[in-house]
Write a protein that binds this ligand. Sequence first.
Ligand code: HEM
Length: 238
Amino acid sequence: MAILNRAFATVVAAGTLLSGCHSQAPEPTIYTDPSTDITFNTWNLPGNLKVGGLTFGMVLPSTALKEDATEFIGYLNCAAVKGSTTADGWCGIALGGSMIDSLLFLAYPDKDVVRTSLRFTSGYSMPGVYSGNATVKQIGSIVNATGFSLTFHCQDCLHWSQSGANGSASTKRGLLDLGYAQSAKELSNPSCSHGLGLVRHDTQGTWTAMLDEHAANGSYDKWRALANNTAPDLCDAT
Ligand code: HEM
């Protein structure tokens, strides 16, 4: 069955490449984070005249290609807005491949920290705070003139449920439908991640992410234990 699933995955991935509907090839690029040695499957997503593009990466529990995982360790590198010399704007990942009815992971720089927010929406308007069970803890972050990057653990982020909309990403399929968005515009109220104001992104798209044999890693539990950092919200400061 596993062989059939992989064969199916290859056929679907080939179809994806031929269709031209997606902006990113499904095959991952391997990236090892220099400060932790965490090895990710990564995909580069394009920018445009306004934003510099982003790289999203993922590593999963060791059994994730045989049974569906509900968590992952993520990597996000979000390039600065074009023409800017400081990290700015925001980047987002739709964990179900659509802005609508899928868990949305949002990250942005706030001075020298990176903040995150889990969001959900049933329409193409500003997504509200996700009300289901999912938590993000950071492993490390960098904010500099070229943009920002973040390594993080996302617990219960590969299945979601809100207002009767349930969904999940199946890791054992070996392919994930993902979406990305990037905005050049500043968020309002940035120090308070659940009280943010945001406007529509400048780029968005979907892609099929093929998981290779590095995607599920025997060191996952050791790496997950590095995630102990949250950027505390400063909601009274505004
Ligand atoms: C005020 C906030 C937002 C507005 C008004 C908005 C609006 C929209 C609209 C109108 C589209 C359809 C674009 C098209 O088909 O041409 C879209 C697509 C998309 N958006 Fe958003 N968006 C917002 C925030 C977000 C956030 C926070 C994320 C992710 C964290 C996100 C992820 C996506 C993705 C992945 C797509 C492409 C897939 C799809 O069409 O479902 N959006 N958005």
